[in-house]
Design a protein around this ligand. Structure first.
Ligand code: GLA
Length: 384
């Protein structure tokens, strides 16, 4: 049974009635443009055909939310007036954060019964948390009989992350989850927040390779990278690294010092690679896209230092296979997933070769998800 039906069935079974609303928000994979979003730069993610769903039914007149999580096999009851109660379970933090945001912005969300569940691997770097924020915003808005443009939903999700959860993320994950387009990647200008769908050619598949290495260091190192980028921008006399050219970074090398020089070089060169990758995709030059993916990985590994042995091994093994145009780490790094662009007719041979080679080299069992670019978040009203 697919996850959508499983969530609906669980609702009926547990609450003994039919849900009135079903919201959905997808995970994302970033093709290229890593650690550029918080530098006002360019990113090229795609929403994927793995998502989080919430089925719900309002209980007007009450103040308690009853929520059941399929993935955590757990249940939580919380008051709409005490959403930040520290004793509540961690898994309900993101849904509570989204409800908190809606309340803070004057949306009157009634109490409700809900079942949440999905098929985005949790904690693997495929933005399961952004998807939970978006799916709850979609649900809360529908229950409040309100609507908002997709971009505003995405920015609301980012505020949940910053103000309720306490993670200083950029805008990429939430924008991809809210604004994805089927069969397209999304070029996002993280300064203007303009989005441009870029077709993913039908002859290639997005293969996500989960290293099985969980992302231990990510929170402290992520915040450190952000600070280093801000320091580099100050030293270069620009507002953000988006405004610096490679020539300026080279010229300021001594002033920046080795660490900030390499951080800045990654961000500035990565922005260029994103724009080049978009051009190459538009002209069906997949070989060039692949080269850019490999260059991105090398830059993240050597200059930005957010890769790890497992991601390096996965990217190297994937890049050596026939039919693979290019592979690189994706997401914040320090574990999680790599993404490979693979000729669709070579995908099964690719998967069969990569998984055992990776296991032999690292001792870890990888998970492989062959994905399509999917539509962004939304909500359905159910009848009956
Ligand atoms: C995480 C963040 C994003 C982005 C990536 C790195 O996924 O949530 O905003 O910064 O890392 O590209």
């Amino acid at each position: 049974m697919n996850v959508r039906d499983a969530v609906l069935q669980k609702f009926r079974h547990h609450f003994g009635t039919s849900p009135a609303v079903l919201a959905r928000a997808p995970g994302r994979v970033n093709l290229i443009g890593e650690h550029t979003d918080y530098n006002d730069g360019f990113v090229l993610p795609a929403a994927i055909d793995r998502a989080v769903y919430i089925a719900a039914r309002p209980r007007p007149g009450d103040t308690l939310v009853h929520m059941l999580s399929v993935d955590f096999d757990a249940q939580s009851t919380f008051s709409l007036y005490n959403l930040d109660d520290p004793d509540l379970p961690r898994w309900s933090l993101y849904p509570r954060g989204a409800l908190w945001w809606l309340q803070e912005h004057g949306y009157l969300v009634p109490a409700f019964d809900a079942v949440i569940g999905g098929d985005i691997p949790i904690g693997a770097g495929l933005s399961s948390s952004a998807a939970v924020e978006l799916v709850t915003l979609e649900l809360g808005l529908a229950l409040a009989e309100a609507s908002m443009p997709q971009l505003e939903k995405a920015l609301a999700g980012v505020e949940v992350e910053h103000q309720f959860v306490g993670v200083p993320c950029g805008v990429m994950d939430q924008m991809a989850s809210a604004m994805g387009r089927a069969d397209h990647a999304l070029l996002i200008d993280c300064r203007s927040l303009e989005t441009t769908p870029v077709p993913v050619p039908a002859e290639v598949s997005l293969v996500i390779l989960d290293t099985g290495k969980r992302r231990g260091l990510v929170s402290s190192e992520y915040a450190a990278r952000r600070e280093q980028c801000e320091a580099a921008a100050r030293a270069l006399g620009v507002e953000t690294l988006r405004d610096a050219s490679l020539a300026e970074v080279e010229e300021a090398r001594a002033r920046l010092g080795d660490l900030l020089y390499r951080r800045a070089r990654h961000v500035v060169s990565e922005n260029q690679r994103v724009l080049e990758a978009v051009e190459a995709l538009r002209s069906d030059d997949l070989v060039r896209v692949g080269e850019l993916l490999r260059a991105s990985h090398a830059s993240l590994r050597d200059d930005y230092e957010v890769s790890c042995a497992e991601l390096d091994a996965m990217a190297e093994i994937a890049n050596a296979q026939t039919g693979c145009y290019g592979a690189r780490m994706t997401g914040a790094g320090f574990g999680g997933c790599a993404v490979a662009l693979v000729a669709t007719d070579a995908v099964s041979a690719f998967v069969e070769a990569v998984a055992p080679m990776y296991k032999q080299r690292t001792g870890l069992t990888p998970q492989v998800y062959v994905c399509r670019a999917a539509e962004g978040s939304g909500v359905e009203r159910l009848s009956g």
